[in-house]
Write a protein that binds this ligand. Structure first.
Ligand code: KIV
Length: 291
C-alpha cells in the first residue's frame, strides 16, 4: 500500500493536485471553481474523481448528517473528525473546513487554536462566518500561515440574530455593510469569500471590486469566481419527496429535459453534471436560481 502523499501523477485524468496558487490561477483564467460540501471519505473520493475543485467540510453537517435544526450544536471536535474523514478520501481537491459556532468568536487566539485543530486534521484552509469584526482574526490567522475563507451574506450561525434564513443585502444600508465587510476581509488577507443568499448584482460587484478574493456564491448568482452547494441538496436528498427546495438549489440527479429526468442520474454522474454546469456557466441560471 502506498503511503506517499497524492501527487499529480496519482490523480485521475491527470488532474493536478489543487492548492491555493492553482485555484488563483484558475480564477485568473476565468475558469469557474466548483465546490461542494463533503463530510466523509467515500463521498470525498467520488466528488474528487468527478472533478470537484474544492471540498468544504461545512458545519451544515449539523443539518444533513446530525439532523439538527441549525448548525449551532456542531462542535470543533466533530468538525475535526469529519475533516479527517474527508482528508482520507480526497486526492486532488482542495479541502476547506468550517470553524463552528463558538470556536473563533472570542479572540484571535481562540480562533488560532481551533484552526490548528482543523489544519492538523487535514484542512488546507479554514472558513469563518461574519463581517468586519472578524477581520482582526482573519489577519491573525493569515499572518500565522493559515489560509482563510470568509463568509458573508446569510451566515447561518447567526440565524437567531437574523431571525431566519433569508436573502441579505437587499436594501441600501445592508448592501453598504456587505461592501464594507468584504473590503475589510480582503484587506485582512482572506483568500476566499463565500457569499450566501446575496442579490446577484451585489455579489458580482463585490467580486469585481476585489479580484484578489476568490468569491464563491451560493444563492448569489453567476457573477462570482465559483459556486458551492450542500451535497445533499444537489443530490435531491433534503426534505424527502415533494419537499420544497430553496430557489438557489438545482437537483442534479434529475435534470429537466435530460434523458435521465425520470430515472435519475447516479451520484457520480450528478456530481460530474454539477461540475460541468458550473464550469460551463449554465449553473446558476440567474432567472431560476438568483435573487
Ligand atoms: O456549512 C456549509 O455547508 C456552508 C456552505 C453552505 C457554504 O457554509
Amino acid at each position: 500500500m502506498s503511503v506517499h502523499p497524492p501527487s499529480a501523477a496519482d490523480t485521475p485524468a491527470s488532474r493536478p493536485v489543487l492548492n491555493l496558487p492553482r485555484l488563483r490561477e484558475a480564477q485568473g483564467r476565468g475558469e469557474k471553481i466548483a465546490m461542494l460540501t463533503c463530510y466523509d471519505a467515500t463521498f470525498a473520493r467520488v466528488l474528487d474523481d468527478a472533478g470537484v475543485d474544492v471540498l468544504l467540510v461545512g458545519d451544515s453537517l449539523g443539518n444533513v448528517i446530525q439532523g439538527e435544526a441549525s448548525t449551532l450544536p456542531v462542535t470543533l471536535e466533530q468538525m475535526a473528525y469529519h475533516t479527517r474523514c474527508v482528508a482520507q478520501g480526497k486526492r486532488a481537491a482542495f479541502l476547506i473546513a468550517d470553524m463552528p459556532f463558538g470556536a473563533y468568536e472570542a479572540s484571535p487566539e481562540q480562533a488560532f487554536a481551533s484552526a490548528v485543530a482543523l489544519m492538523r486534521s487535514g484542512a488546507q484552509m479554514v472558513k469563518l462566518e461574519g463581517g468586519g469584526y472578524t477581520a482582526e482574526t482573519v489577519r491573525f490567522l493569515v499572518e500565522r500561515g493559515i489560509p482563510v475563507c470568509a463568509h458573508l451574506g446569510l451566515t447561518p450561525q447567526r440565524v437567531h440574530a437574523i431571525g431566519g434564513y433569508r436573502v441579505q443585502g437587499r436594501d441600501d444600508t445592508s448592501a453598504a455593510l456587505l461592501r464594507a465587510d468584504a473590503a475589510a476581509l480582503a484587506d485582512a488577507g482572506a483568500a476566499m469569500l463565500v457569499l450566501e443568499l446575496v442579490p446577484s448584482i451585489l455579489a458580482r460587484e463585490i467580486s469585481a471590486t476585489h479580484p484578489q478574493l476568490i468569491t464563491i456564491g451560493i444563492g448569489a448568482g453567476a457573477g462570482t469566481s465559483g459556486q458551492v452547494l450542500v451535497l445533499h441538496d444537489m443530490l435531491g436528498l433534503v426534505g424527502g419527496a415533494g419537499a420544497k427546495r430553496p430557489r438557489f438549489v438545482r437537483d442534479f440527479t434529475r435534470l429537466p429535459g435530460s434523458a435521465a429526468e425520470a430515472a435519475g442520474l447516479s451520484i457520480a454522474q450528478a456530481v460530474a453534471a454539477y461540475v460541468a454546469a458550473v464550469k460551463g456557466g449554465s449553473f446558476p441560471d440567474e432567472a431560476q436560481h438568483g435573487y
